[in-house]
Structure formats: C-alpha cells, structure tokens
Design a protein around this ligand. Structure first.
Ligand code: NAI
Length: 482
C-alpha cells in the first residue's frame, strides 16, 4: 500500500511509459471514450465495487479508467500469468494524476510471469476489498471465469462444511486453487459465501468463460445473474476474429521471427478465433490446413479455400501448429513427438490444456531449452525439436501484446454497457446467463463505424416496413448469424 492504494505490480516507475501508451490507445478506443462522454454527468456506476480479472494490458487500462470515470471503484488482476503489460499495470495504479511516490489510481495485482500460486493469490486479493471484510465486490468483470470460479467453489466448500483436499492426480493448477481455498476457509469460513451474496452480477468476456457460466446455470448453481459479453456480435465476430488476425502473427513473429510465407500452418478449430487465425497465416503467405470436428465449420473452411484434414494426417507437412478450439487435449505429446524439426507449436485458446504440456514434460528423455521468456525449444531423444510458445498459454498475449485497441474498444464497450445494466437493474434479472439487446450491439458498431469514416445507408419507412424492421433498428432478427 502506498498513499492508500494497494497494489502488487512489477515496477511503478514504468507508469510514465504506460501513461503515454494509454493516451495513444484512448484515441483508438472511440467506443469507450463515447461512453465516458455520454455518462459524464450521470455516474451510472456510482456505488459499484467492481472486481475485474482480465488481461492487464494498455487496452484494459482504458477500460478500467472508463469504469472509474463512470463512478465505479475498481480492483484488478490479470486472467493469465503471462499477459500483463507491466507498464500498463503501473500506470493504472499511479493513475492519470498520481506519481509513483503518490499513486492515486486503482489497486492492481498483476505482473508478467506470475507463478500459478502468485496468479491465484492475485485473484484472491482482487476479490478481497480492504474494508474489514464487511463488504466485498458487488460486481465481477471476468475473462475466462476464474474470478467467478473462485467465488463459486469457495461458497460450495463453505456451505458443505468440507475442507478442500486435492487428490494426487489433480492437475497442478487445481491443487493450487484448492490449497488457497483450504487456507482461506481456515482463516474465515464465511468469506466466499459473503462475497457471493454481495455480488449483483458478472459480465463475462470470452467463449470459454461463457461456457462455464452456462454449465453453472444449467446445474442451478449460478449465484448471481450473468451477462455473456462474448456473444455480442460486436465482440465475438470482431475481437475473436479480427483481433486474432492481428495478434496471432504478432505473437509468432515476436517469439520466433520465422518467415511464415511458404510454410504449412495447421489451425485446429475453425470457429471465430480459428477463422481469424487462418486468415492471419494465409495473409503472410502460409499454406493453411484446418482441423475441425464440426462439419459446418469444416465445410466453411473448404469454401474459404483451406484444406481440411485431421491433425494426424497434416503433421508430416506442418511447420506451424496453432490450437484455437477452447477444448482440451487437442495437440498431444504423441503428435509433438512426430512433428518435423523445429515445428512451432502454439495455443491461442483461453486455457493451456489444449496442448498436452504435462505429457511433454513427462516424455522420456525430452529436454527443455529456454530460448527466451515464453519461447522454449523441446528436444526429443531422436534429436528433433519443437518450439513451444508461452508454455502452451495464449500466445498472442504471452509473446505479443494481444489485440489492438480499436477492436478491444468494441469488446470493452459491451463490457461497460453490461456492467451498467447489471449494476443498475439487477433485480430484473434471474440467476441465468443473458446477452445484451441487439440495439446496444448496433450502437457499439455505429460508434466504431463512424470513427472509421464509414457511411451508413438509411432505410426509408417503406423499406423498413417491407423487411419488417424499425427504421432505427434493430435491423436483424435474433436468429440472424452475421
Ligand atoms: P468457437 O466455439 O467459435 O470455436 C472453436 C472451434 O473449435 C469450434 O468450431 C469447434 O467445433 C472446434 N473444435 C472443438 N474441439 C475441437 C477439436 N478437438 N479439434 C478441432 N476443432 C475443434 O470459439 P472461439 O470464439 O473461436 O474461441 C476459441 C477459444 O479462444 C476459446 O477458448 C476462447 O475463450 C478463446 N479466445 C482467445 C482470444 C485471445 O485473444 N487469445 C480471443 C477470443 C477468444
């Protein structure tokens, strides 16, 4: 704590650099800046105590300061051990009007290169407000669902009166979570139940986190209402696709500097992220092969001019293998053992279980040579090696700086609107998962369209009646797929 602001970041002195980049990013985030103007005198988030878990980048700094401008108190951590930009974290702590000696900003618990123990410690600190434990957060802003998971698991253990006890064969990360809950239960057996009860709602950023929310809701276990921000059209059809188109090759280039042109790249998954990934690699002149389980997405890939194969049959050709599925066990150690020498292996889905890192580490005789942070060469006993980016975690944020500001302005505008909606109208929502109305999606798109100088055609009254929509929108039915 310094000047009353709690924090755990790498270096507060980096704040000045962070502030300069935040200033440039603000211009590229017209949606967030428009929301600041729209609510300048209203403060719709006054009284909100938002606990946020989302990659602590320059773009997220603009999001955090937008929430503050709208009246919220905020605490933040990153949702990945490698994704924090230390200068952005420092600038948020220092704040626009503070200095490293006298910070006036927002508590942040995040640095690049956390251990798993540190990661979950940061998540816990972010959820623990320094007020004697009376009131916790009343809103969660989540990316991937780890903050939501901690509150739910903690509450479940407290209600059951059971002490969390990791089993030997539990994954390492789960052991860390259970260890943390065991300690917190010993110190205060009502902490998570209190926190859960105080939360009005959660807004979730990504596909993987949304899946967890629907699973909780289906089981009747969701403790508070949720807004699925990911499935706003101006989120998943832009961030997941065009954001990845930008940041995938950025990560590969910064990590390896290998020429992508002329190489064979295999992309596992052809959903929104996979589509952006394939386009990104093709744009560099790679020959792209798609692996898919869904015939619809696989056929889309063929229509877009890609070959579709299984990973197994594509392996002999592959120079680059990228997973984008949000599923587990996609690239296994047996695949890696059969890859060509110096094949680049990376994941851009939310969690690291897409690539069998545990199996790789256990493979008899395998050696790990760290080339630089977030770039490892793994040498197999037969002499061939593979290059793994970001230890199998999302490489666009681990090896590069994630999506650029403009596309994140779309995503984060939806986040801010969703936070206002749940904070101010929580009684109108059940403990279910909701999406934002299409009208708001169109509003977000309109702001960004105008910022780019796009010219929108206006419907006449007769045309609007003919296609059965309002002149002012929404322009599509709910089932329209874009
Ligand atoms: P999606 O559901 O649109 O696409 C995933 C695709 O993978 C689906 O088409 C599915 O059929 C396919 N798939 C599933 N299992 C497979 C398997 N074993 N082999 C081949 N294909 C398989 O999901 P979306 O939105 O594309 O997200 C994918 C992941 O990326 C999620 O974990 C999401 O949270 C994450 N994400 C990461 C971002 C980043 O900046 N790195 C940005 C946005 C999303």
């Amino acid at each position: 704590t310094r000047n009353g602001v709690e924090f755990a970041v790498a270096d507060l002195e980096a704040a000045e650099f962070g502030r300069k980049e935040i200033r440039l990013a603000e211009h590229e985030m017209p949606g967030l800046m428009a929301l600041r103007r729209e609510y300048a005198e209203v403060y719709p988030l006054r009284g909100a105590r938002i606990s946020g878990s989302l990659h602590m980048t320059v773009q997220t700094a603009v999001l955090i300061e937008t929430l503050v401008a709208l009246g919220a108190e905020v605490r933040w951590c990153s949702c990945n051990i490698f994704s924090t930009q230390d200068h952005a974290a420092a600038a948020v702590v220092v704040g626009p009007n503070g200095t490293p000696e006298k910070p006036r900003g927002v508590p942040v618990f995040a640095w690049k290169g956390e251990t798993l123990e540190e990661y979950w410690w940061c998540t816990e600190r972010m959820l623990t407000w320094d007020d004697g434990g009376v009131a916790g957060p009343n809103m969660i802003l989540d990316d991937g669902g780890d903050a939501t998971l901690l509150v739910h698991k903690g509450t479940q253990y407290e209600k059951a009166g059971v002490v969390p006890d990791p089993a030997d064969d539990d994954p390492d990360e789960w052991k860390v979570v259970l260890g943390l809950l065991r300690e917190s239960l010993a110190a205060d057996a009502g902490k998570w139940t209190r926190i859960g009860a105080g939360i009005r709602g959660v807004t979730e950023e990504t596909t993987t986190g949304v899946l967890r929310l629907y699973q909780l809701a289906a089981a009747g276990e969701l403790l508070f209402p949720a807004i699925n921000v990911n499935d706003s059209v101006t989120k998943s059809k832009f961030d997941n696709r065009y954001g990845i188109r930008h940041s995938l090759i950025d990560g590969i280039n910064r990590g390896t500097d290998v020429l992508i042109g002329g190489k064979c790249a295999v992309v596992c998954g052809y959903g929104d992220v996979g589509k952006g990934a394939a386009e990104s690699l093709r744009g560099q002149g790679a020959r792209v092969i798609i692996a898919e389980i869904d015939p619809i997405c696989a056929l889309q890939a063929m229509m877009d001019g890609y070959q579709v194969k299984t990973l197994e049959s594509a392996l002999p050709e592959a120079d680059i293998v990228i997973t984008t599925t949000g599923n587990k066990d996609v690239v296994m150690v047996d695949h890696m053992a059969r890859m060509k020498h110096q094949t680049i292996v990376g994941n851009i889905g939310h969690f690291d279980n897409e690539i069998d890192m545990a199996g790789l580490a256990r493979y008899p005789g395998v050696r790990r040579i760290t080339i630089k942070p977030q770039v490892d060469e793994w040498v197999f006993p037969d002499g061939h090696s593979i290059i793994v980016l970001s230890e199998g975690r999302l490489l666009n944020l681990g090896n590069a700086t994630g999506h650029p500001s403009f596309v994140m302005s779309n995503s984060f505008s939806n986040q801010v609107i969703a936070q206002i909606e749940l904070f101010t109208k929580h009684e109108e929502y059940d403990k279910e998962v909701y999406r934002l109305p299409k009208k708001l999606d169109e509003k977000v798109a309109r702001i960004h369209l105008e910022a780019l100088g796009g010219e929108l055609t206006k419907l006449t009254k007769e045309q609007a009646e003919y296609i059965d929509v309002d002149v002012e929108g929404p322009f599509k039915s709910e089932h329209y797929r874009y």
